[in-house]
Write a protein that binds this ligand. Sequence first.
Ligand code: SAM
Length: 640
Amino acid sequence: MHLVRVGHLSLRFTCHPSLYIRMSKRALSGSPVPSASAPSSPKRPKFSVPPPAVPAAVGVPTAHKTKKRKRPPPPEFGSREDVLQKEVKRLLESEGRVLGSDEGWDAPEGAGMGVELEVRVRELSSTGDGLALVPEGFPPWVVVTPFALPNEKILVKLLRPAHGHSEAKLLEVLEPNPELRDMSLVKCKYFGKCAGCQYQMLAYDTQLDVKRDVVVRAYKYFSKLPESSVPTVLPTIASPLQYGYRTKITPHFDAPPWQRQGRRGKDRPPRAPRENSDWEVRIGFDEKGEGRRVLDIEECPIATGVINEGLKEERKKIQETIENYTRGATMLIRDSILYEPANPFKDAATEVRDDYTVDSSAVGPSAIVGRIGRTVGAPAVENEGTVSNADAGGKASIADGVDAAPPSSKPDGPATCTDDGKERHICVTSTAATIYDRVGPYLFSFPASAFFQNNSSVLVPLTDHVKTAIESATVGQGQAHPTHLVDAYCGSGLFSLMLSSSFEKISGIDISVHSISSAVRNLALNDLPSDKFAFQTGTASDIFASVSHFPSSQTAAVIDPPRKGCDEPFLRQLLNFRPKVIVYVSCNVHTQARDLGWLLRTQEEEGRTPENGAYGIVSLRGFDLFPQTGHVESVAVLVR
Ligand SMILES: C[S@@+](CC[C@H](N)C(=O)[O-])C[C@H]1O[C@@H](n2cnc3c(N)ncnc32)[C@H](O)[C@@H]1O
């Protein structure tokens, strides 16, 4: 044991400090995660471990002190930063350090940015990061490290400090957790660097267990509900596809430094003369722990084959034309069924442009761009040019699709289905195009720029679960199951259409005019009777004025808001309307837990009890819409 004094701190080195620094250099040059030969996985996962008996962590002090920083505004509820800060706070409290909101914004002396440390991971955060404590000798402070698993001893480099913690870059896993980590499962050469996936080294069953744990913790810590109000969280439902499932990716790139312009188009002096620069175009996703640095990505194994084919082509085009860019941009690459409706607008949208166009509505240094290429499909809706960059032969972008009834083929265009009757898919890169996707028996269309769930393979189990939950809500109560459906935040009508056979009347609302026109169009695409459905554009709380004729005890409400959750006016009106069943679907379980906590407490304040019709949460379950990542879709069912 070697002792080094820095200021008032004594730092312990388990080996001679010079040896340690050599070790760090080796770590820096190598892969941060162990090789495929690392011990293989798992039986029963453990996502948190008791405080380590032998922390044996090593610190490398630096001379520089962290500058006192101004406290940033509090993070948005349920954002990654908010969830992380709350979990950090809990871990610090378990060590006896209670942080006031103005405290803990600067790293402890000797643990500032750039310092390398060995730490033992205590637990996995809900954001998918390993949480560890800095070694003895420092005041309690949390190290947040991506790609690190509970009980692993890791070497990290500390990054920027924030409220009780420092995010860190994983330099090396010194002692892997053999029960959890199996590097032979990793399918992506960028794993460990790309910010997209967190869990490729975990067996899929373990990923599902981890996500169940995220739901459990969200309700424990974010709902403010007593344990008795929260049912046991059911096992997470697996995605049928665990790779090759993503139907949309949005890689981005920077403009060459000598070309870049200021935000308002003001010319800036060139940063580096082109001839002396070793700058290279990088097209991909953010590199984890490297701020806004783009990691060059040639393929993304969680995306569909069609998208990966399209990515190759689009990368080539950007590489060839990068000198034309004065600003960075984000590309849109989507997978669509090749669907060719017969319609009179076919020849209206044949504009061919080979440059990316910057969407003026986008904010920040990157703007959403779309590429308009040669037309294969016809515009399906008036005023919506349906243009695809697939060439007329469709060679590069067309691949085998899913089993489904083949849509009609036009004699003069590329066949819309393969020889064995599967639908063909194309890659679409224009924000103005219309995308087609199939879920079970239904065909959905929506603008390429609009929302649609990114993993179609799990949408049938998801919508079946919602349907069954609604149908069983009245079982044993001597009532018929609900006949009316309110679909709030309905998008292009996913739940309305998928659940349509169970209901007599369906009313949907969404703030996006494009999504609502798609929902209406999707009725016709699927030969559904338009008089059974009413879709409207508006903010979610507007729906209640238009469904006053729905019998509330015969009505089910499906609510599927964006990540920030519902607002209070909507929740208040939902409580007043009193549908028999509420199914709350969410891609952010933390805002879902907050909203349901508010709903249950408010009804209690208003004097509702189970005997006089108070809602109770009858089931909670995650669906894995995002395999290999830390995200989970959560479905909560409430019945009164
Ligand atoms: C998570 S998506 C769900 C869409 C749809 N249920 C689906 O699964 O395809 C959330 C939807 O909420 C819509 N939205 C966002 N804020 C809204 C608001 N205040 N009122 C109504 N809809 C809103 C978005 O346009 C988006 O379509």
